[in-house]
Write a protein that binds this ligand. Structure first.
Ligand code: PMP
Length: 290
């Protein structure tokens, strides 16, 4: 991703893509003192920009550092970098991290940085998989307890187990992995939240040790607007056989249907497809000022 034309917003200025670099002794690289966001721009408007920028600020605070830019400045910088690259539809990746002023676990003297990149990113799982529905492995790595790591932070360090799980799934021919939490309850996929359909209602795990995704909350709102009951609760893997359908939600993944989880099979279509269409209409239909 480092060798292309375009611009990346970096600590207050637009830098040519190939020059948006950091030093090898950056604290974040050694000790995972980095937090990031992921959002999509549709028809020139970033969906839920405020919420993403706010979560970025909160994620950094949970790791003990303050981003030296205000919410308004981060929003403006996001729009600026999208415009500078000439995009109307793209994925946006803000990242904040501790710099290279100090080595060792302690990082009080490091300078916080912020960069925002954007690029074209089609269907997260690819168009072919999207049509058939995803096949998920059950990961052997588990989401940590909230007393083990700051699980409400979109912290780079927490993605180590996601990459491990995703690679293990891919090695077995799966598209992604379902991760259980430390109790053995169903948690989420490696970069998206999970929903299940049963008897006309939606069931989704309570987000008490993983991200309460912005897409997740949006889809809950869309379901309720359709009069669909949404039940947030602890879900155990043994229950998989009782669910008729399943899908996942995320800013990159949007609403993606699931065809298989381990030994269990699901119907692709119905309520999940309807909510995917509702989500697509919502993110594309909004006005610039909404
Ligand atoms: N869980 C994980 C691990 C994720 O990476 C994401 C994507 N940010 C989500 C859930 C969904 O969050 P959102 O809908 O806010 O993108």
């Amino acid at each position: 991703y480092d060798d292309r034309d375009g611009f990346i917003w970096f600590d207050g200025a637009l830098r040519p893509w190939r020059e948006a670099n950091v030093h090898i002794l950056t604290h974040a690289m050694h000790y995972a003192s980095a937090v990031f966001e992921g959002q999509r721009c549709y028809n020139g408007t970033v969906f839920a920009l405020e919420q993403h920028s706010q979560r970025l600020i909160e994620s950094a605070r949970l790791l003990g550092f303050e981003i030296p830019w205000s919410l308004e400045q981060i929003n403006a910088a996001t729009n600026e970098v999208i415009a500078a690259n000439g995009f109307t539809d793209c994925y946006v990746r803000p990242i904040a991290w501790r710099g290279s002023e100090q080595m060792g676990v302690a990082a009080q003297r490091t300078k916080p940085h912020l960069a925002i990149a954007c690029w074209h990113w089609g269907a997260y799982f690819g168009d072919e998989v999207l049509a058939k529905g995803l096949r998920l492995d059950i990961a052997s790595w588990r989401r940590p307890a909230p007393y083990t790591a700051p699980t409400r932070s979109k912290a780079a360090g927490l993605y180590m187990i996601c990459t491990l799980s995703k690679h293990a799934a891919a090695d077995k021919g799966y598209d992604d992995a379902l991760m259980l939490d430390w109790r053995g309850q169903v948690a989420e996929a490696t970069g998206a939240n999970l929903f299940f359909v049963k008897d006309g209602a939606l069931h989704t795990p309570t987000p008490d040790c993983f991200l309460d995704g912005i897409t997740r909350r949006t889809v809950i709102g869309l379901a309720k607007a359709r009069g669909i009951e949404v039940i947030e609760r602890a879900i155990w893997p043994e229950e998989m056989s009782s669910f008729e359908a399943a899908f996942l939600t995320g800013s990159a993944a949007e609403v993606t249907q699931i065809a298989e989880i381990g030994p269990w099979r699901f119907t692709v279509g119905g309520m999940g497809k309807q909510l995917a269409a509702d989500y697509a209409a919502l993110v594309r239909g909004q006005s610039r000022n909404s």
